[in-house]
Design a protein around this ligand. Structure first.
Ligand code: PLP
Length: 454
């Protein structure tokens, strides 16, 4: 592509994005497609010769966009919603233009140091005063995997030992168990501790499990409390778990992939009591800090713990060893690292903490409004307390009826909600989190659900 062509198509692409962001509501959130539709619409083999760029753009518009589930839609209320505001989209474009690989400081001083700077800013925003070490990874699943491996190594096990045991609550995200599996732990060495009536891990049951396992000759090494669980956004009592964990010399890794963004606002800081005494935590700006996929942050109280677990430096990656020149590849599994911090920097600067906090607060208020409608209606029930922006509810009736309700709202194109099973019953999850979602969007969803007849 010549610079002139780049300008022409670049402007056209930006125009397309601007129009898309302005009119996202015109698209159905969930496309009406069947598995294989796109595959069948595209050629079986890649082109042998170059194709004109405008034809590729046209196919993007006609083949790809209509088959996309629009996470950037204000009606996207499933899973945990995410966003890509214009500021971050432009940052992604610039990151692609520079295209550094931040594996070593000298491979990109800018990418390396911007990661350190933005993560120091974010650390202060969430109220961690000590200089914790932060690194950007792709997802919370990967972040938690890194924490578990570091915990195992700190315990003195360079490789897996069948006596090691990890603890989390029955409401922990499946990524915790999966990360443990990937770190070599058999599934039966992951203890899922029961919760109380607010879906919080019970520290007393944790203590009992630890004593039982220690007496049986096993080696407890890590506990993963969650602040903002995926199923119900419950908050494990970290301040009560910490002393139990300390008594048994456990690594405490806090999963606040979703809930962590609220810590930038003093109104929600009480949920995080004790956080500064944990050993590591994961927070996903790509979930709820309005930074697009993907950007997960793993903080660890001591950089040396990550380095002990992951440093392996071949001759071709050896550098002078200046203490200010961080080589990120020594602290994690990936060698190649893209310039993710750029979009975080753009978002943090373009919004500022106060505006981000206010947006999050408004979304929580909107979720609480929705929950209040559910609670006030005789045919609906609220199934969990609303701490953050997740509402878990169901229509009084059978699981099949709730599935039918979910299918109907999702097929309407107006909104996308996601299902779950809670205490043996089908529930609907509505999670506010897209930056464009407004109270009116929730009003429309509520009217649809309320008036739906089977
Ligand atoms: N932890 C929690 C609490 C989550 O809600 C999720 C995903 O929703 C994850 C971890 C996994 O996140 P990721 O998709 O970044 O791996």
């Amino acid at each position: 592509m010549t610079p002139e062509e780049f300008r022409t198509y670049g402007y056209a692409t930006i125009d397309w994005i601007a129009h898309f962001l302005e009119h996202t509501r015109d698209f159905p959130v969930l496309p009406d497609v069947k598995p294989g539709d796109l595959t069948d619409a595209l050629p079986v083999s890649a082109p042998e010769e170059p194709e004109p760029f405008d034809r590729i753009l046209e196919d993007f518009e006609q083949q790809i966009v209509p088959r996309n589930t629009h996470w950037n839609h204000p009606g996207f209320l499933g899973y945990f919603a995410n966003s890509s505001p214009g500021e971050a989209i432009l940052a992604e474009l610039l990151a692609a233009a520079l295209n550094p690989n931040g594996m070593l400081w000298q491979a990109s001083p800018a990418a390396t140091e911007l990661e350190e700077v933005t993560l120091s800013w974010l650390r202060q925003w969430i109220g961690l005063n000590d200089p914790w070490f932060g690194q950007i990874l792709d997802t919370a699943s990967t972040s938690t995997f890194h924490a578990i491996v570091a915990a195992r190594v700190r315990k003195g096990f360079a490789s897996m030992d069948s006596r090691l045991v990890l603890y989390a609550s029955v409401h922990a995200h499946s990524s915790v168990e999966k990360a443990a599996l990937a770190a070599g732990l058999p599934r039966e060495n992951v203890r899922l501790i029961e919760v109380d009536d607010q879906f919080r891990m019970q520290p007393g049951l944790l203590a009992e499990a630890l004593s039982r396992d220690t007496a049986a000759g096993l080696i407890p090494f890590c506990v993963v409390p969650t602040i903002g669980t995926t199923s119900v956004a419950s908050v494990d009592p970290l301040a009560e778990i910490l002393p139990v964990a300390r008594q048994h010399h456990l690594w405490v890794h806090v999963d606040c992939a979703y809930g962590g963004s609220t810590a930038i606002d003093s109104r929600y800081r009480h949920f995080f009591a004790g956080l500064g005494e944990a050993d590591s935590l994961v927070i996903n700006p790509h979930k709820w800090l309005f930074v697009p996929m993907d950007l997960s942050v793993l903080y660890c109280r001591d950089a040396a713990w990550m380095r002990n677990a992951f440093s392996l430096v071949p001759e071709y990656l050896r550098t002078a060893g200046d203490p200010r020149a961080r080589n990120f590849h020594e602290y994690g599994l990936p060698l190649g690292r893209r310039f993710r911090s750029l979009k975080l920097w753009f978002v943090m600067r373009a919004f500022g903490r106060r505006k981000l906090a206010d947006l999050i607060h408004q979304q929580i208020e909107d979720a609480k409004w929705f929950a209040a409608q559910v609670e006030a209606h005789p045919e609906f029930e609220l199934c969990a307390p609303v701490h953050f922006s997740l509402v878990v509810f169901r229509r009084r009736g059978t699981d099949e009826q709730n599935q039918a309700l979910l299918d109907a709202i999702n097929a309407s194109g107006q909104a996308l909600l996601s299902p779950n099973m809670l205490q043996g019953r089908k529930v609907l999850r509505l999670a506010v989190g897209n930056i464009q979602t407004r109270r009116e969007d929730l009003e429309r969803v509520w009217a649809f659900l309320r008036d739906f007849t089977f």
